[in-house]
Design a protein around this ligand. Structure first.
Ligand SMILES: [Zn+2]
Ligand SMILES: [Zn+2]
Ligand SMILES: [Zn+2]
Length: 217
């Protein structure tokens, strides 16, 4: 599969992952203001899921953890942790303690773990605001119903390993096997895992919505 494109949430431009980083640095970085780190966030196993965010130096990893849970992880309040090559990094560590090029691994749920990679890209500035700001996100990946090739909205959880577990609603309704469990297709590396339904993801791209281009569900 070709690498997914995504949208800039500040101006709407559609670009690939690396081009998006260059776009953010070139177009959306004032030379002064609130000092932040620019982070690249990717699904560890499937890098077609990606985000760019900025976050103030004074924020902690706890704030970043909360954001990750909201946009693509939270199903039932599992434990989570950050680590680097040397071991676990505590939730109270501040973003300002990391250097450009540092990479962190975030793990959510130590049973059916979803792993996220966080790369510290560089120092950027923005107008004063709180917490994590979403700058860009991959466009939703289009999955196709295995029966009729319409756009898929559901995933057969038991069949996930078979690589073709996707169904449209109509074809899913024809499935009468009582053991089949469907979960919604989501724009998240946790799609199809545990009870993940993506209901706390309020960051769906919505062109022409003022200021931040996402819709509150
Ligand atoms: Zn832009
Ligand atoms: Zn769960
Ligand atoms: Zn179908």
């Amino acid at each position: 599969m070709a690498a997914t494109k995504g949208n800039c949430y500040l101006c709407g431009k559609e670009l690939g992952k690396t081009a998006m980083k260059n776009h953010i640095l070139k177009v959306h970085c004032p030379e002064q203001g609130q000092e932040c780190r620019l982070l690249k966030i990717e699904g560890s196993e499937d890098k077609n899921y990606w985000l760019y965010v900025d976050i103030p130096l004074s924020s902690t990893l706890k704030t970043l953890d909360g954001f990750l849970r909201k946009i693509w992880l939270e199903c039932c309040g599992h434990m989570s942790a950050f680590s680097n090559g040397c071991g676990e990094v505590g939730m109270s560590v501040r973003i300002g303690n990391f250097n450009d090029g540092d990479v962190l691994l975030h793990e959510y749920d130590f049973g059916s773990t979803t792993e996220t990679l966080i790369t510290f890209i560089g120092t950027v500035y923005r107008s004063q605001q709180r917490g994590v700001r979403l700058l860009a996100r991959n466009a939703p990946i289009k999955f196709i119903c295995r029966e009729c090739a319409s756009p898929a909205v559901l995933i057969d959880v038991q069949d996930y390993e078979n690589k073709d577990p996707f169904y449209c609603r109509k074809c899913a309704e024809k499935n009468t096997d009582p053991d089949t469990v469907f979960l919604p297709v989501t724009n998240s590396p946790r799609m199809g895992v545990c009870g993940y339904c993506g209901e706390s993801d309020t960051f769906t791209y919505a062109p022409r919505t003022p200021k931040y281009m996402w819709v509150k569900k």
